[in-house]
Design a binder for this molecule. Sequence first.
Ligand code: HEC
Length: 100
Amino acid sequence: MKYKVLTLAVLATIIYSCASKSTVPTVETPKEEIKFAVTLTAELAEGKSLYENNCANCHSLYKANDFNAEQWKPIVLDMQKKAGLNDAQGQKIYNYLTSQ
Ligand code: HEC
C-alpha cells in the first residue's frame, strides 16, 4: 500500500513536470522580453536612451534592424552631427543599434 502511494506520487510529479514544460512555448513573448531586459548592459541602455532622446527630433525613430552594422556606421556618423552629439555618444548609439 505504501509503495502504491509512493508510485502515485512519483507519477504525479512526472506528469506535472511534463505538463508544465509543455506550457512554456505559449509564453514565448514575455520570456524574450525578460531576456532582452536582462542582457541590456548599462552601456547599451545608455545608447538606447541617447538614441531615443536625440534621434527622433527630425524624423520618427528607425528600427535597429532596419539597417545592418555596416549600413549604420555612416548613418550614425552623419546623424550624430545633425543631432549635435559627440563621437563617444555616437559610438554608444551605434553599439546599441547593432546589438539588437
Ligand atoms: C537635425 C535633424 C536630424 C536629427 C537630429 C537626426 N536625423 Fe536622421 N535624418 C535627418 C534627415 C533630414 C534625413 C534624410 C536625409 C539624409 O539622409 O540626410 C535623415 C535620415 C535618417 C536615416 C535614414 C538613412 C537612409 O539611408 O535611409 C536614419 C537611419 C537616421 N536618419 C537615423 C538617425 C539617428 C540614428 C539619429 C541620432 C543620432 C538621427 N537620425 C538624428 C535628420 C535628422
